[in-house]
Structures are given as C-alpha cells and as structure tokens.
Design a protein around this ligand. Structure first.
Ligand code: HXC
Length: 514
C-alpha cells in the first residue's frame, strides 16, 4: 500500500469513528437537545486546540454477543486542549455508543487521560453522559470504576477536577463526579442517581420521574451535589471557562493574575448593612462593592443559601469569599451551610487561594432537626477547615458575630491573619436580649415593672458589649475600619501575605469530621 493509500485509510478510519453510535442514536441525542460528545469538547475548548487520542481503541467484551458489536471509541472521547490558553485534559462520554456505558477499555481510556493530567499537572474535565457500569462487561466495569475513583482521590487537591453532567448518569457514573471539585449541571439534560426510577419502583413500589429523583434543580437546590446550574449546554461551558480563569492549573501554582480593575458598585458600601442587626440585606452587595469590576462568581448559589461562597478578584488576584447571608435564615450556620463553606475553604487552601471571610450571623441554628441531623459534627467541619488552612485568611466582621458563629467564621483564635471590624460590629457570646435575660434574670423578676427593667438591662448590655471595641481592646480584632476602607485594607493584607509560610505539625493526615 502506498503512503497515499495509507493516509486515505487513516481518513476512512477516522470518519468511521466520527459516526459514533450511528445516525439513529445521533438523531435521538439531538432530539433531546443534547450536543454530541465531540461537539461538546470542541465547543468548550479554545478554537482548534483539541487533540484526540485513543480514538481507535476497541472494546474487549466477548459475552452476550458483544464480540460481534463495534463500539466506536468504546463510548468515550479523550484528549488534550486549552481553555483561555491554559492546557487541560478532557474526556467526554458518548451516549450514542452503548449509552456511554463504562466497560473495561472505556475505563482505561479515562484512566489514561487522568494519569496524563496528573503527570502534566493540568486540570481534568470529565463530561459525563453514561448509563453507568456496562452490564455486559460485569466485574470488569466495576473494576474500571474503582480505578477511576482511586485516581480521582489521588488527584484531589493536586490538579483541579471538573465534572459536567450532560445526560442521565446512573450508578458508578455519579460517584466519580462526587469525588471531584466541581459538578456542573444543565436544566432538563442532567440527571444523577445511584438507583434509578425502575429500581425504586421494584424495590419500594414508588413511582418517581428521573427529573424529580435527580434532575439539575434537585442537585443544585436540595442535595448540594451540583455546584453550578445552567439553562443550556452553552451557558454551562461559559461557566466552566469562567471557573478556569479563577483557579490555578495545579497546587504548586497561583491563579493567574488579571489587570486590576476598580469596583463599579451601584450602592454605597456603608449603606448596605442596616444598623438594626435584625434587618436583612444581601451580603453579595458588599462583596460586589469590594471586588474588581464588582464581579462575583458564586458557587452553589441555590443550596444552603444562608452562606455565600465564590470567587472574586482583588487588585487582579483571585480571592475566595465566604460570607454569611443575612437574607436567608439571618445567615445562621447549620448542617448544610457548614458543609458548603468547609469544603470551599479546603479547596482554596489546597490551591493557594487567599480566603476573605465576611461575618454577620447570630450563631448556629437551634432546633431538634439540626441537632438530630448532626449539627455538631457538620458544624465542626468549619472549625477544622479554617484551623488547618494556611493560605492568607482575612476576616471582616460586618455586624453580628455571636457565640460559636464568631469563632467558626475565621476568628483570630482559628489563626486568621487579619481581623477587621466595621464600627457597627457586635461581638459577644449572644445577642443583647438573650444575654440580658440570663445575666439579669433575678433583677428583672424582682422589678416592679419587669418589662421596663428588661429593656433597661438590654440597653446597658448593648452599650457595654455590643460593639467591636471590647474585642479590639484585647487584640482579637486588629482594627476597626469604615466600610469604605474595606477594599484597601483587604488588598493590602493580601499583598503583605504573598509569601506567608505557616508550618503545621507533621502528620500523615488529619481526621476531619467527615
Ligand atoms: C449497557 C446500556 C447501559 C448499561 C444504557 N445502555 N445503559 N448498556 N450497560 N449500563 C444502552 C441501552 O441498552 C441502549 O442500547 C442505549 O444504551 C441507550 O439507552 P436507552 O435506555 O435507550 O436510553 P434512555 O431511554 O435515555 O435511558 C437512559 C438510562 C437507561 C436511564 C441511563 O439506559 C438506564 O436505566 N440504564 C441502566 C442504568 C443502570 O442501572 N446502570 C448500572 C448502574 S450500576 P441500545 O443498543 O438499545 O441502543 C453501576 C455500578 C457501579 O454503575 C457502582 C460503583 C460504585
């Protein structure tokens, strides 16, 4: 065969692979409003940067007549490319080929690109669209999943791992995403569950749709499994590009710096938090008054909304924000908000991203539900995450900082590097009403007019303790600043922390309250 013929053969082989699961399956994919795996990869990556590998891999199954079946690429596309000029490794499951189900060679393609990402120290993006373990391949499929989970775990905290759910992902297909840093979902397209509606019907006799069981809204509002929600695949890809712009390629780098921009706020920062500590406001307005271009990239926006997490830039540098949200449940800490914040703090710490914490909370949420749901164990995650984090950690107390909430929100005692407080901050064991009722219980009861006495004692307590100066006098707060000074103090604190070097006790690893 001449070289020309051999090149022709290569082209023909490539064209065959590009047919995926065939015309009918491709039409079904399009009818569901889904791009094909290759379209997804090409749309997400910078133009003309995708280089595909292992497209000629063949499956190795022999049982159930599988030896007679051709599965192009074995149902997954793998390769390298760039996003915003940064190199990445990527795989995308092809649902048109055997439902994107995972057999031995499919798994090997994924683990090979994962190994590559680890060796090259670049982010790994997995686009998941798979019916889970390929039933015909039995234990080989399970082995394949185990190999992926193991690598996800080793890569955790070394390279960024991003999962995109773009189809019905069942069984093993959802545990790899759960081990990664960020999960993206798209309305009507993404489904995630361990046991599907049919199993539930058989075992429990209950009927439920795939959407109600594990649709995009379920995972971004109820379970917290998803970090980003989009209305379309295109919107989802834009979100991924934004995320990539905020994070470093690996744990030995810092995130790329951008040209500094001033905020362009719509509100005056000093006017955002009402002086009455019971009045709500949106803490994101405070963040947008501080960040470059007033931009805030929020994570898990619709789950545990009583805490706000996400990225912004200060003087061009990426910063992770953790902020109580007085708009939702008065910004209390509870089981889910503790989980949400603790994981984000650990992410920032693993990837050299300074953390700015904005405090305004009445404490932990009281109640039997929370106690029985394990608020002690989950709440402890916050204490653990802040205490072990060695990246620059800066706290601004905006208003209330009561009780355990004060300590948990990156207090000096958990080794905050800088603690600033606004003049309206109240730092105390509890709110003035509760405190007066306990300390002056006997005097109130014995008074001729107990209600009048209660109000008098509350005012006395407020004057003495509901301010930032008691904590500032003890050095727990470094200084009291006007709201307008916040951005300048934060930028300066981050600048002087550039070479921060805090050494923790040597150990194999800690035992966090998982
Ligand atoms: C082999 C599979 C498959 C699987 C889908 N297909 N899932 N083949 N193994 N797990 C095939 C179908 O047979 C079909 O092939 C094609 O993919 C498209 O599937 P459809 O059912 O036609 O698509 P749809 O109606 O959209 O339904 C999608 C689905 C459903 C909800 C994902 O296919 C489904 O329920 N699949 C099984 C899910 C499951 O139980 N997986 C195993 C989980 S156990 P043809 O040739 O007809 O086009 C697991 C263990 C690992 O993963 C645990 C590790 C911790």
């Amino acid at each position: 065969m001449s070289l020309k013929d051999k090149i022709l053969e290569l082209q023909q082989r490539r064209e065959q692979v590009l047919q995926g699961g065939g015309t009918r399956a491709l039409e079904k994919q399009a009818a569901m409003g889904k791009m094909t795996a290759r379209e997804r990869v090409i749309t997400l990556l910078d133009k003309d940067t995708f280089h595909e590998y292992d497209l000629f891999v063949e499956h190795s199954a022999r049982d159930f007549n599988m030896d007679k079946k051709i599965l192009h690429g074995d149902g997954v596309i793998t390769g390298t490319g760039k996003i915003g000029g940064k190199p990445i490794c990527i795989y995308a499951q092809d649902f048109t080929v055997a439902g994107g189900s995972l057999g031995l060679m499919h798994a090997r393609k994924i683990t090979k690109i994962m190994d590559h990402a680890m060796k090259m120290r670049v982010p790994l993006i997995g686009i998941n669209d798979s019916g889970g373990a390929r039933v015909q391949e039995g234990v080989n499929s399970l082995a394949g999943y185990g190999e992926i989970f193991y690598r996800n775990t080793l890569a955790s905290g070394v390279i960024p791992q991003i999962s995109v759910i773009l189809g019905p992902c069942a069984g093993g297909a959802v545990y790899s995403p759960a081990l990664t840093d960020y999960v993206f979902v798209v309305n009507n397209i993404s489904k995630m569950f361990i046991t599907g509606p049919e199993v539930i019907k058989t075992v429990l006799g209950e009927e439920i749709s795939m959407e109600d069981l594990g649709g995009a809204k379920v995972h971004s509002e109820i379970t917290g499994n998803a970090h980003f929600y989009a209305e379309s695949e295109l919107e989802c890809f834009e979100q991924i590009k934004t995320l990539i712009s905020f994070i470093p390629w690996n744990n030995s780098r810092k995130a790329m710096a951008f040209p500094p921009e001033d905020p362009s706020p719509k509100l005056k920062i000093g006017d955002i938090a009402p002086s009455d500590p019971k009045m709500p406001y949106d803490v994101r307005d405070v963040i947008k008054n501080i960040t470059d271009s007033s931009y805030f990239f929020e994570i898990q926006e619709n789950w545990a909304a009583n805490i706000v997490i996400g990225f912004g830039r200060l003087n061009g540098e990426t910063v992770g924000f953790v902020a109580n949200q007085p708009l939702v449940l008065a910004g209390v800490l509870d089981v889910d908000s503790s989980d949400k914040a603790a994981r984000f703090i650990r992410y920032c710490d693993a990837f050299n991203i300074p953390i700015v914490t904005l405090v305004d909370l009445p404490g932990y949420l009281p109640g039997v539900d929370q106690e029985h749901a394990g608020v002690i164990r989950h709440g402890a995650k916050m204490l653990y995450a802040y205490s072990e984090a060695t990246v620059p950690k800066i706290t601004v107390i905006l208003r209330k900082a009561y009780g355990g909430g004060y300590i948990a929100m990156n207090s000096r005692h958990l080794r905050a590097d800088f603690v600033f407080a606004w003049p309206g901050a109240e730092i105390a064991v509890m709110g003035p009403e509760g405190a007066a009722n306990i300390i002056f219980r006997k005097e109130i009861a014995a008074a001729e007019n107990p209600e009048e006495m209660r109000q008098k004692k509350i005012e006395e307590y407020k004057t003495m303790f509901a301010n930032p100066y008691v904590a500032a006098a003890k050095g727990y707060v470094d200084t009291v600043i006007a709201p307008e000074e916040t951005r300048d103090f934060l930028i300066h604190a981050i600048e002087v922390s550039t070479d921060k070097n805090e050494v923790q006790p040597k150990k194999k690893h800690g035992i966090p309250p998982f």
